[in-house]
Ligand binder design. Sequence first.
Ligand code: BTN
Length: 326
Amino acid sequence: MSTRAEILRMLSDGAFHSGTDLGKRLGITRAAVCKNIRRLTQSGLDVHRVTGRGYKLDAPLTLLNRSRILKHLGAAAADFRDRLHVLDETDSTNRHLAELISHAKTMNGMVCLAEAQSGGRGRRGRAWVATPYHNLMFSMAWQFPGGPGLVSGLSLAAGLAVLQALEEYGVDGTGLKWPNDVLWDGRKLAGLLADVQGESAGPTQVILGVGVNGYIGREDAERIDQPWVDLRNILGETADRNRLAALVMRHLRSMFQEFAAKGFAPFREAWSSRHLYHGRRVRLIQGDREFLGTVEGIDENGGLIVHLGKDRQVFHSGEISVRPMT
Ligand code: BTN
């Protein structure tokens, strides 16, 4: 464990700890403690310092722990034991996993989780903002024998799997926004990014990245350019990210297995019933083009069917927002 992570483990109870005490327990100087705390605050964590009392985290946290994740996986742990990589920091778990699978014999179910990402990526070229040590930053790999066309619909099915994992965790009131955002009270709780690679004849390799907001610190909150919510807001307490990671792993793995066998069809009805934009008037943005219409549903491949005046059109990419009534 890095010194930075050790300090965080001690601060994770949310109580005050003096620099002298932290230094003694770690065998480092007070100045070294101070330097590590400064690095933590620079990475977006809110650590308070009060003269005479020491350091305290704004919000308590639980560190990611490989053994705890495996314990929460129960019977499924055996399948993941050699495939689970938990990191302190990387640029992006999707990128890191792509490197890991290039050296691996089999990639299915290989997982990478990180406490911090220095270059987290979101959809549509956005950066993914997530305060270190508080959020779920997760990627899972899977290979399909067919060409990339076969996996359209996969990212929708994956969004449904993440929603189901959140429900099993105890988060009620979530819904989906096409193509794969998980919302709560109209605000984004989780987002997914699928990196797909392969020849037209197959095989196709998919790296599916999932970001779930556990807690977003004050400074990071200002950098997010869309309505968002975190688990701390919803549940009123710090989420157990190890349990949540295990649930996301189980749900995603069974989704990948079923999708490989049957495609999107078995997910279509459940997905549609959770779509928050069904029947709503929306604005759909695709590159620099904009369409105004009413959402009619999704087709058998997960494309969004939009009624545009006289026509209906199916969209396979883009971003929707509610269209104000005029
Ligand atoms: C979105 O914009 O909604 C997609 C967000 C995906 C973020 C996750 S965090 C883990 C993985 N690594 C990345 O760089 N991005 C994804």
